[in-house]
Write a protein that binds this ligand. Structure first.
Ligand code: HSE
Length: 427
């Protein structure tokens, strides 16, 4: 039996019929999002214009919707929802800020652009009365921004850690579990559409550092420049690192960590040896996980696909549904957390490995040493080192060293770390 439609329902149908959105970009995520809408009768006709850059590419879009001119969306007064899914950061910044200045509702998935301009974009949103949503920018299909902005809008969080990058997790799974070469695993991640157009952003940990900066605004009410985040990637990974993990029955993951304590927030993106009992230990392939420690809710874990056309397209679609309902992020914590200290110096326990000819890792400025190992090719040292020094060393040696946290690594603020005797195993 057909039920009579309520006034609210009729109103909603009318709104849906009148939605006119403009889509920028038709890459992996843009195409995924487009196809999701095309397969859904309610949204099928909602995309008025799709603006793309390359005029030579053949695309599965009706010619009447296709354009190469950004003004066909930005200056079209009928279009009040702008979905920005392009690769170029500067162009994305222009599109998003111009659209917000026109009071439009904007959805973006551009992590780098958001991480570098979030504070300003939120101001534009508030000044001109538009809306800015970006669920798809962090961890693909996991609705982490909504969880932080709505469920946790007031509850204090102690920490957030997770796997925020699908490409590196895919590579680590393939290399460690299936003995595939690093370059073949990266190629697979690229052809599956997980990797950035320049995969340096994935493998050097830039991409998850952008996501960490975006998460910090929702979780702790702070704006962090991505450069301020302690970051090292997986491009220096060698067999010895994998053997060291296996010998200890540990997994190896590129971990994002945000820790908040007594007015200090530390943020890092570093490979980490993880115990088998760690919620991140068995997250494989392009899956992402976010683990939250909250004052009252205690530990919560969220897992799902962190990259790919439909999983990320699903997050964009969810933003679209929210934006049609005029839902915005409340940013409650921005108003209370003004005096937080971000990444002050401290000491952290790390493993640093290098080839012998490049660096003897025991020569680094360790505050406390725990272990040093050397064979014919490589050497590694484990100990406490200052965050400032660690950043400097990562910058200097980049992928000719491999840095990883230990399962019991924690940041210590004070300098009261006693220098232990060096236990050296030399072969
Ligand atoms: N390159 C990103 C990743 C895409 O691998 O996670 C999703 O943000």
């Amino acid at each position: 039996m057909l039920l009579p439609k309520s006034g609210h329902m009729l109103n909603k149908i009318k709104i849906m019929k009148s939605i006119k959105l403009g889509l920028f970009g038709f890459g992996c995520v843009g195409k995924g999002f487009y196809e999701i809408l095309q397969s859904n009768a309610t949204y099928k006709n909602s995309i008025k214009t799709v603006v793309v850059k390359d005029q030579n590419k053949i695309r599965a879009i009706e010619a009447s919707r296709l354009s190469y001119d950004k003004n066909d969306i930005l200056l079209d007064e009928e279009i009040d929802i702008v979905v920005e899914l392009i690769d170029n950061t500067d162009d994305a910044y222009f599109i998003v800020s111009e659209a917000l200045k026109k009071g439009k509702k904007v959805i973006t998935a551009n992590k780098k652009m958001l991480a570098n301009h979030l504070e300003e974009l939120i101001q534009l949103e508030q000044t001109y009365g538009g809306i800015l949503l970006y669920e798809a920018a962090v961890c693909g299909s996991i609705p982490i921004i909504n969880i932080l902005q709505h469920y946790y809008q007031e509850e204090n969080l102690e920490s957030i850690k997770g796997i925020f990058n699908g490409t590196t997790n895919y590579i680590l799974t393939k290399v460690i579990k299936e003995n595939l070469s690093y370059s073949s695993a990266l190629q697979q991640a690229q052809s599956l559409g997980f990797a950035e157009s320049d995969p340096t952003s994935d493998v050097e940990g830039f991409d998850p550092s952008y996501k960490a900066a975006i998460v910090a605004a929702s979780a702790f009410g702070i704006f962090v420049k991505p450069d301020n985040i302690i970051r090292s990637g997986i491009s220096g990974l060698q067999l010895l690192d994998i053997e060291y993990a296996k010998k200890n029955n540990w997994e190896l993951k590129l971990q994002v960590q945000l820790q908040s304590k007594n007015g200090v927030v530390w943020l890092s993106v570093l490979p980490a040896f993880t115990n088998q009992t760690d919620p991140l230990a068995n997250i494989a392939f392009e899956n992402n996980t976010v683990v939250i420690q909250a004052d009252y809710a205690k530990e919560q874990q969220f897992s799902g696909k962190g990259a790919g056309d439909f999983p990320t397209g699903s997050a964009v679609w969810s933003d679209l549904i929210n934006i049609i309902d005029n839902k915005r992020y409340p940013y409650k914590k921005l108003k209370t957390n003004q005096n937080v200290l971000i990444n002050p110096d401290g000491f952290i326990k790390v493993y640093v490995r290098s080839e012998n000819g490049i660096l003897d890792t025991s020569d680094l400025p360790w505050q406390e040493l725990e272990n040093h190992f050397k064979d014919k090719l490589d050497n590694y040292t484990i100990g406490y080192i200052s965050l400032k020094q660690l950043k400097r060393i990562i910058k200097k040696y980049n992928s000719s060293i491999f840095v990883a946290l230990l399962p019991d690594s924690e940041i210590k603020l004070n300098t009261a770390i006693k220098t232990k005797e060096l236990e050296t195993a030399r072969f």
